[in-house]
Ligand binder design. Structure first.
Ligand code: ADP
Ligand code: ASP
Ligand code: MG
Length: 406
């Protein structure tokens, strides 16, 4: 069982979580619980680091931001003991959850399950601090990237061969799009791993991308459900499963959006072999993730325009780098915009249906929304548009593909 920030936001919510855990224990299950920090806590800790120094040591950042989960794991263990359920807290290093040394976005490499198993044998609930691990060689604390408690939970479920991994959050499942943006969004009973992976990586923050990868690789039966349900009568939520297990397959399953995009355009780039490499190899070496790329076919065979997107956090860095390489690459001007958003439609049904994206281009044009860039792949397409049209565009596509609830 994993409980996110809003589910453990204060002592009252933590007592409610304890009731959910109690129900599962009384049903005869051995239970490991993963908790996030109280909602807002991690943001506060991140801001403190940035306030203390612009170029903070990432190892110390991890020491700071991992503390939120230490608090909630201890508090939930106390709340469980208080209602007669034996429990103890586990920090990542105590288990241990071994990770890479990529501080701030470490990857789980292995999890020792012996200690947890011994606890289960003592009929004790394991309350595990999510989001954190240890890089054993250096002995330093690590964190798994924002939203990483989801990944802690699924990875632990895989390690202890759990029958189920229930991700409790503040919505009662995975919806056709963010229900906070589109009130007509529908809850899905089931979503295929591949679709969930795309939805998560294209902006639906309900699950961290890596948690879906781990669930898919290790075949962890994962549900997304609500901690706000009555602990005595909870609803099952959404099951993330193999595509074969979905009976009614829609062409489009969901719409996702990401505001974490910035656009860069190089004008009048000299059109010669090697120019794309001259731009994108240095960006890749600087760990800047380039997503959409558009190159215009030149009509004078001498110059062309190249547009691409990068995460917002890398916008200024990419811009400075490119300006510095102006002579080597050979371009006239560099333009940038970070008031853009990427809207994506996802569905396994797209594999076998033609013209799915074309319908979206028409619908967006009818609303006067200009498309800056487009990318497509087998089960999704994305368009880059001005951020001010985010909600209109998401709602338009949601209606277009018949996703609105009746
Ligand atoms: P937690 O703190 O429990 O990890 P998060 O805030 O990380 O919760 O994720 C839950 C939020 O994800 C919801 O409140 C919802 O606004 C958002 N969300 C975005 N897209 C979706 C979607 N397709 N289905 C459900 N929730 C979504
Ligand atoms: N508390 C961490 C965060 O806010 C991890 C999580 O909530 O999953 O990113
Ligand atoms: Mg989350």
């Amino acid at each position: 069982m994993k409980f996110g920030g809003t589910s453990v936001a204060n002592i009252e919510r933590i007592r409610n979580v304890a009731q959910h855990v109690k129900r599962e224990v009384e049903a005869g299950h051995e239970v490991a619980v993963v908790v996030s920090a109280m909602s807002g806590k991690t943001n506060e800790l991140v801001a403190w680091c940035a306030d203390a120094s612009k170029l903070y040591d990432k190892r110390e950042y991890d020491a700071v931001v991992a503390s939120g989960e230490q608090v909630t794991s201890g508090l939930l263990a106390i709340a469980l003991q208080e209602i007669g359920i034996p429990a103890r807290s586990w920090q990542g290093w105590q288990i241990p959850i071994r990770t890479s040394d990529a501080h701030g976005s470490a990857r789980i490499e292995s999890i020792e399950e012996a200690g947890l198993a011994a606890g289960f044998a003592r009929k004790e609930v394991a309350v595990i601090a999510g989001f954190q691990g240890i890089h054993e060689a250096s002995g330093r604390l690590t964190t798994l990237g924002r939203g990483g408690s989801d990944t802690s939970a699924v990875a632990i479920a895989a390690a202890i061969k759990a029958d189920r991994c229930d991700i409790y959050t503040d919505v009662d499942g995975v919806y056709t799009t963010d229900p906070r943006i589109v009130p007509k969004a529908r809850r899905l009973d089931r979503v295929a791993f591949e679709e969930m992976l795309e939805m998560a990586s294209l902006g639906a923050k309900v699950l961290q991308v890596r948690s879906v990868e781990v669930a898919m690789v290790h075949k962890v039966k994962t549900f997304v459900r609500s901690s706000f349900d009555d602990p005595a009568d909870p609803k099952p939520g959404t099951l993330i499963c193999d595509e074969e297990d979905i009976v009614e397959q829609q062409v489009v399953t969901g719409i996702a959006f990401s505001r974490d995009e910035a656009q860069l355009t190089l004008r009048r780039v000299s059109d010669k072999p090697g120019v794309a490499a001259a731009i994108f190899v240095p960006l890749a070496e600087a760990n800047i993730n380039v997503d959409m790329i558009i190159q215009v076919v030149s009509d004078d065979a001498k110059t062309t325009d190249i547009t691409f997107t990068v995460p917002q956090a890398d916008f200024e860095r990419a811009r400075t780098m490119l300006e510095g390489m102006r002579a080597d690459i050979g371009f006239a001007t560099l333009q940038g915009a970070n008031d853009v958003v990427k809207i994506s439609a996802i569905g396994i049904g797209m594999r076998s249906h033609a013209g799915v994206a074309a319908r979206a281009f028409k619908a967006l044009a009818d609303k006067g929304i200009n498309i800056r860039a487009i990318t497509t792949s087998e089960i999704k397409f994305s368009v880059l548009i001005d951020a001010e049209y985010t909600e209109l565009a998401v709602r338009t596509l949601h209606t277009l593909y018949g996703l609105d609830k009746a």
